[in-house]
Structure formats: structure tokens, C-alpha cells
Design a protein around this ligand. Structure first.
Ligand code: PLP
Length: 178
């Protein structure tokens, strides 16, 4: 299983990662992304598979030395993040609900299940890239995913106040376009 975000999926589905990965031969997941470590991913599977993966990792230049400090951060991410991931999902839902109220932005908050919020800005008349440039200048990071679609992601460093600031910034931008 490519389970990069499997911990977010488990929280959103109200189940455990163990349950979701039952029946998989091997699982990969990210310690960064939702879990919040600075970098790192885990690969889980039978011993022979992991031994083969180590060889491939080396062939691809994926080996690193002195990564204990990164592993320590990964351990913290694994031990402490799963039980607080629901906050990111609640923040994403709140963000989606606020965005839905801004004229020119189209999003159905019911479709937001995890920490990723994708919305349509076509009715503002501005391309997503333009809007993102404006937002970044005001400290709100967002990525254009298509000409008129923007993606925002909540994570452990995004507070509820940050969400409010993103909404205020977006609302004032859209107002200034009219
Ligand atoms: C991020 C991601 C990966 C890659 O993980 P890395 O740790 O960045 O190598 C693989 N699959 C999916 C679906 C991802 O989101």
C-alpha cells in the first residue's frame, strides 16, 4: 500500500491504521506530511522484502548517514501526532466552511474529509496562480493545482487563528477584485 497519508485516512474514517492495512503485503507511509516530522518515510513488510528494499534504496542513492537526529523526530511524530490529527481535519473543515461563504469561491465543505482543502476560484475571474501569489505575499501559503483550483493544507503548525487569518486575507482579496 502506498499509504503516504494513511494516518490521516484512519482518523477521517474513524478506524485504525492496523485495520486499514490488514491484508497488505507491505506499507509505506510518511513521517512528514500529516505526522509533522521534518522528513522521512517508513517502509514496512516481511524481512526479505525490507532487505531487498535496502539494496534498491542504495542503488537509487537514497542512503543517508547520521540520521539519528531525523529518526528521533520521526519517533516523536509517530508517538504524538496520530492522536492530534483530528485538529488538522477540524481546521480544514472550518477553512472550507469559511471559504464557501466568500463570493466567487466554490467548494462543498462536505467533501473535505482530511487536512486537504481544494477549491474553485473561477468565479473570481482570476487564475489560481495569481491568487496564490497575492496570498503568499501576505503570509498565507497555498498552491495552484489547476488553472482555477487552489489547494490548501492544514498541519500541526497551522493554528485556528492561522485559519481565520487565511480566511480574512482571502475575503479581502476577493473583495478587492470586484
Ligand atoms: C508524499 C507521497 C509519497 C512520497 O513520500 P516521500 O516520503 O516524500 O518519498 C508517495 N506517495 C504519496 C501518495 C505521497 O503523497
Amino acid at each position: 500500500m502506498d499509504g503516504a497519508r494513511v494516518f490521516n485516512a484512519a482518523v477521517a474514517l474513524g478506524t485504525s491504521v492496523a485495520e486499514l492495512t490488514r491484508g497488505c503485503d507491505s506499507v509505506m507511509f510518511c513521517l512528514s506530511k500529516g505526522l509533522g516530522a521534518p522528513s522521512g518515510s517508513m517502509l514496512l513488510g516481511p524481512v526479505e522484502f525490507i532487505e531487498r528494499a535496502r539494496v534498491y534504496r542504495k542503488m537509487f542513492g537514497g542512503g543517508m548517514r547520521q540520521v539519528g537526529v531525523l529518526a528521533a523526530a520521526g519517533l516523536v511524530a509517530l508517538q504524538e501526532s496520530p492522536q492530534i490529527l483530528h485538529r488538522d481535519h477540524e481546521n480544514a473543515k472550518h477553512l472550507a466552511e469559511g471559504l464557501a461563504e466568500i463570493p466567487g469561491i466554490t467548494i462543498d465543505p462536505r467533501n473535505v474529509a482530511t487536512n486537504i482543502v481544494i477549491f474553485d476560484v473561477a468565479k473570481t475571474g482570476q487564475p489560481a496562480a495569481e491568487i496564490c501569489r497575492f496570498l503568499v505575499e501576505r503570509g498565507v501559503l497555498a498552491s495552484p493545482t489547476e488553472k482555477f483550483f487552489i489547494r490548501m493544507v492544514t498541519h500541526c503548525d497551522v493554528t485556528r487563528e492561522g485559519i481565520e487569518r487565511a480566511l480574512t486575507t482571502m475575503a479581502s482579496l476577493v473583495r478587492s477584485l470586484n
